[in-house]
Design a protein around this ligand. Structure first.
Ligand SMILES: [Zn+2]
Length: 307
């Protein structure tokens, strides 16, 4: 025998759930949650503290333009070589065509490649600075990044102004193959000329600085300064563990560990970075222009000519 279907004792008239179309009173992106201490931070407060959590000091990633603004006096600087773009020399394709990847990244970031070059004054000291942009294909170093940083260093050399490079990069840009690896040698050679001329170079390593960038200019500063808890290394920890077949210690490849082991000079809070760089540059002779310059020029004139 078949039982009849149970009859409902009550009937509930369902109101449709309100759709989310109603205008929210809290606009999106006004608040940010700190991934380290879960503090909810007002966006404007975060910008005012240079994207450092005011509660626990967690350093959020900073874009290249904001980085340069944070270093130059009044946030003002002159940008150089802003129009250089990669022409996809290898016609490379991975999951999609590199040319298409470039196109979408350029329109998404409003940048032509992963570095911005600026010149101006840092606490009154004339400097040339480069800042890398992680949101542009992982801040990877291709021909354009290499060329722009090299030109920045050559400008610093010609004007005898200190050079600063703020790294934030996953390493060389594999879509440009060996051409991207050659940038390591090119930038390093420019740094050697700067060194011979006695012009200071300060490298700032931020989270993350890995691969070919660490293996070249990021570690070649007269002073290598890192931001707190930044991931800095050449190969990733998994690759190293598999190669040496040993468990890696805690905090391996973080700024604090690297300072302790002599790989870096300083770990500096972003809010004190500008003052620290200015102090270092003054210690290296910037500011004492009249006497310092003539002495330095005399030294560089005595140095042997480069091949
Ligand atoms: Zn926090």
């Amino acid at each position: 025998m078949r039982y009849p279907a149970p009859m409902a004792w009550f009937k509930k008239v369902r109101k449709p759930i309100e759709s989310g179309n109603k205008e929210s009173r809290v606009p999106e992106g006004l608040w940010v949650k700190c991934p380290s201490c879960a503090q909810i931070i007002y966006n404007k407060d975060l910008a005012a503290s240079l994207s450092v959590c005011t509660k626990c000091g967690h350093h959020f990633r900073l874009g290249a333009a904001e980085r340069l603004k944070s270093l130059f006096d009044g946030g003002r600087f002159e940008e150089h070589d802003a129009t250089l773009t990669s022409n996809d020399p290898l016609q490379f394709t991975d999951t999609k065509r590199y040319a298409d990847r470039l196109k979408t990244t350029i329109s998404g970031t409003n940048l032509k490649d992963a570095v911005i070059i600026g010149s101006g004054h840092l606490d009154g000291i004339p400097v040339v600075a480069a800042a890398m942009e992680y949101s542009f294909i992982g801040g990877s170093m291709g021909v354009v990044v290499g060329e722009k940083i090299t030109r920045a260093l050559e400008m610093a050399l010609a004007q005898r102004h200190a050079a600063i490079v703020v790294s934030c990069s996953g390493g060389a840009r594999m879509m440009e193959g060996a051409l991207s690896l050659m940038q390591m040698a090119k930038v390093s050679a420019a740094l050697a000329r700067l060194d011979r001329a006695g012009v200071p170079f300060i490298s700032v390593l931020t989270d993350p600085t890995t691969g070919g960038v660490t293996a070249s200019f990021a570690m070649l500063g007269d002073l290598n300064i890192a931001e707190p808890k930044a991931l800095i290394g050449f190969a990733g920890p998994r690759v190293i563990e598999q190669t040496i077949r040993q468990k890696l210690p805690d905090g391996f490849q973080r700024s604090e560990f690297l300072v302790e082991h002599g790989m870096l000079d300083l770990v500096v809070d972003r809010r004190e970075l500008k003052d620290t760089i200015a102090r270092a540059l003054r210690f290296m002779g910037a500011g004492s222009v009249a006497a310092g310059t003539t002495a330095a020029v005399a030294v560089s004139a005595a140095a042997p000519a480069l091949p």
